[in-house]
Design a protein around this ligand. Structure first.
Ligand SMILES: Nc1ccn([C@@H]2O[C@H](COP(=O)(O)OP(=O)(O)OP(=O)(O)O)[C@@H](O)[C@H]2O)c(=O)n1
Ligand SMILES: C[C@](O)(CO)[C@H](O)COP(=O)(O)O
Length: 250
């Protein structure tokens, strides 16, 4: 924990998930080490969090076999060029397990936690600040999200040709596509991970986001505006889109 921490504001930190392999991207290195504009995704995401200026500490969860390669991106245990302190820890078999590992490594003083994907490395600092401020403002679980613009159909099991029967058209007015960082009161997020711990080892059962674990506790989750730049880089197509966004920004 760095700097003075006021009594009324004990500290905000982020867990940056970067322990995935990136199967769908298909690179030779773990996805978070893939470069976008010459900068690894994990470093770009960490810089975005640091630039937000509202965080006191950062925990990055990484593939256990690559601990050294990831730690080398944060010389002196800081996000380069900033005073934001970084701890690099091994992640788990699922994103949920990786977040749990990151939570366990947070400094004791932290009372607000943001969970962010390295794969969403172009998220603007303003989105980070908005999520942190919403939690500080009293909403104990906050997710950034965008309205869904496609028409969305529910389908049943495919027939022999592989075609799927449509069973319903979902009212998209009430749908939101959820991004990261997701922000939480620390005690609520820890309780949600304890309650959902039995799901963490199995990709099919694991929660795909942290808000889902909080919802499973019966607690209210709130949505604030997301940003198109916070897209998740999952496939080579996404990486190409991100390169375009970067050149547009430049
Ligand atoms: N065991 C895991 C799996 C995922 N993640 C992180 O969670 C975020 C979202 O996951 P995704 O983009 O789906 O990454 P991968 O699991 O690496 O992708 P794939 O499913 O294509 O292998 C990423 O920042 C990823 O590094 C993680 O920390 N630990
Ligand atoms: C957390 C997340 O990025 C919010 O959209 C998403 O749920 C991660 O899902 P994935 O299955 O790990 O890609």
């Amino acid at each position: 924990m760095q700097g003075d921490v006021a009594v009324s504001r004990r500290g905000s930190a982020a867990v940056l998930t970067a322990a995935g392999s990136g199967t769908r991207l298909g690179a030779r290195v773990p996805k978070a080490l893939v470069e976008l504009g010459g900068v690894p995704l994990v470093l770009r995401a960490a810089r975005g969090l640091a630039e937000a200026g509202c965080l006191d500490a950062l925990v990055v969860t990484v593939p256990a076999a690559e601990l050294g390669a990831f730690a080398a991106l944060f010389p002196g245990g800081h996000v380069p060029g900033t005073t934001l302190a970084v701890a690099v820890v091994p992640g788990g078999a699922t994103r949920q397990a990786s977040v749990a590992a990151g939570l366990a490594a947070l400094p004791a003083e932290v009372d607000v936690v943001l969970v962010h994907d390295a794969a969403r490395c172009l998220t603007p600092p303003g989105t980070v600040r908005a999520v942190e401020a919403a939690v500080r403002g009293g909403h104990r679980a906050v997710v950034p999200a965008l309205p869904v613009t496609d028409t969305v159909k529910r389908v049943g099991p495919a027939d022999a040709t592989g075609a799927e029967p449509v069973t319903a058209t979902v009212d998209r007015a009430s749908l939101r596509a959820v991004q990261t960082p997701q922000g939480f009161d620390r005690s609520l997020l820890e309780a949600a991970h304890v309650a959902g711990a039995s799901r963490a080892g199995d990709e099919a059962a694991a929660a795909s986001d942290d808000a889902g674990l909080v919802e499973a506790l019966g607690e209210q989750v709130w949505v604030v505006p997301g940003d198109e730049r916070a897209l998740k880089i999952t496939t080579p197509h996404d990486l190409a889109i991100a390169e375009l966004l970067l050149s547009d920004r430049g």
